[in-house]
Design a protein around this ligand. Structure first.
Ligand code: ASP
Length: 434
């Protein structure tokens, strides 16, 4: 039985955090594969190493003096090395990197050095072998992971060394140049390694004890979720939960490897388990999430219901303007197309004109719509959930502008005015979860 353990930047901000990581890793012999992000913030005023590296790159690119930024980076790494008292002279690697700094240095390469150096520190500290992610995760030139080659590399490295530390957040192209993943991508690295080695568990350690059932900026002390399915997490992430990188679930989901989100600062807390099938059927609603700033194009035309292909033609116009469609609630001779406001910022007027002229229909536009998703695997085939939602919103005098429920009955999406957003979230949380 093997476990991949991934630690985020806040679990790696200073020597004290490194010590906590070591205690966690060594307390379970199954934790043989460790993935790290770059050193994170020690306090809120700090700048993350990754952010410093992005800033450094911009300075180099525009030939702006960068010594101060370099010094901050240097001091952070050397500081941790000294505090840990390990047998690794990080100044050599830093000096070599300094030599490489120039106007044309690749951003992907430079930024990846945050994870690279952090992994080197961690490997020395744990006594595990450092394995460079660029020799493991191989991406085709179109940015798609070469699954077969990656799996081969990972299996080989693991069988050779037995206990490894791998920097997250990057891999390489076939020519060896570094390919950076999108922000938060170390979560994905961990997931890919978990899949390649078909481990029994993927642990993702951060500074929170699992996933909260609602946004703590709006709901005071929301409950944390003990168990959640991959599908529920996908719905909640899409609607605003920022727990894991959204690509994280895909590799492990294929093999049904559970993800356990845990808190490095409170390792005894069980955190949240994410898996295909959950056994805990206690809660009907798992979580409530939401996003603001949607816009609705309300389209109507007499006898629309008899006009075959009308909706198809409408959606094709949205496609032409490269606008991603969120929801299409419909009536008999009318329907609405709900999209993110930001996606039509530059094309709203042309889009409306084209809809009117091409389709000979009426179009009105309603801005400032918020969408709230009530998500729960246990809602399916159960009566009364919608009734409770409407009763709550009715009591609060919140007007429902649109409503959608997917065929899986995993979520109920409610559209309300932006100004009602906080009240909608808090009243639904109180009646459905608290
Ligand atoms: N260090 C990178 C970031 O800040 C990647 C990661 O932490 O996963 O986005």
């Amino acid at each position: 039985m093997l476990v991949v353990t991934k630690f985020g930047g806040s679990s790696l901000s200073c020597a004290t955090q490194f010590e906590k990581v070591k205690n966690i890793v060594t307390s379970d012999p199954k934790r043989k594969i460790v993935v790290v992000s770059a050193l994170g913030k020690r306090q809120s005023s700090d700048t993350k190493i990754t952010d410093l590296l992005f800033i450094l790159h911009a300075h180099l690119k525009y030939s702006v003096p960068y010594e101060d930024i370099w010094q901050m980076l240097y001091d952070r790494f050397v500081g941790v090395e000294k505090e840990l008292g390990i047998d690794y002279d990080i100044t050599k690697d830093l000096d070599a990197l300094k030599e490489e700094l120039n106007k044309n240095i690749s951003q992907d390469y430079l930024v990846s050095r945050g994870e690279y150096l952090t992994a080197k520190l961690m490997s020395k500290y744990l006594g595990y072998t450092f394995v460079d992610a660029k020799d493991l995760l191989i991406y085709n030139y179109d940015g798609v992971l070469d699954d077969a080659q990656t799996e081969k590399n990972v299996k080989l490295a693991f069988s050779k060394y037995g206990t490894i530390v791998v920097p997250g957040f990057y891999g390489s192209y076939p020519n060896g140049s570094v390919k950076l993943l999108s922000r938060g991508g170390s979560d994905v690295t961990g997931s890919i390694l978990a899949k390649c080695l078909n481990v029994s568990l993927y642990e993702n350690w951060t500074d929170v004890s699992g996933i909260l059932a609602a946004d703590p900026r709006i709901i005071k002390n929301p409950k944390s979720i003990k168990e959640i399915t991959y599908a529920e997490l996908r719905e909640l992430s899409y609607m605003g939960f920022s727990v894991l990188h959204e690509e994280t679930v895909f590799p492990v989901q294929q093999l049904n490897i559970p993800i356990n989100l845990k808190n490095t600062n409170d390792p005894q807390n069980p955190g949240t388990i994410i898996r295909n099938v959950c056994t805990d059927n206690e809660n009907i609603v798992t979580g409530i999430a939401g996003r603001k700033d949607f816009i609705s194009f309300n389209i109507s035309k007499d006898h629309m219901s008899n006009e075959i292909g009308f909706m198809c033609k409408t959606l094709a116009i949205f496609e032409k303007y490269n606008v991603s469609i969120e929801h299409v609630p419909s009536g008999i001779d009318s329907f609405s197309v709900v999209v993110a406001q930001s996606s039509v910022e530059k094309c709203q007027y042309e889009l409306v004109t084209e809809l009117k002229t091409q389709l000979n229909c009426n179009v009105t536009v309603e801005k400032d719509i918020a969408l709230v998703a009530v998500v729960g695997r246990n809602m399916a085939k159960r009566s009364g959930v919608c009734a409770k939602v409407f009763q709550t919103l009715g009591t609060e005098k919140i007007n429902v502008k649109l409503l959608a429920q997917g065929p899986s009955e995993l979520n109920i999406i409610i559209g309300v005015a932006g100004g009602d957003y906080d009240k909608t979230l808090s009243s639904l949380y109180e009646s459905l979860i608290a």
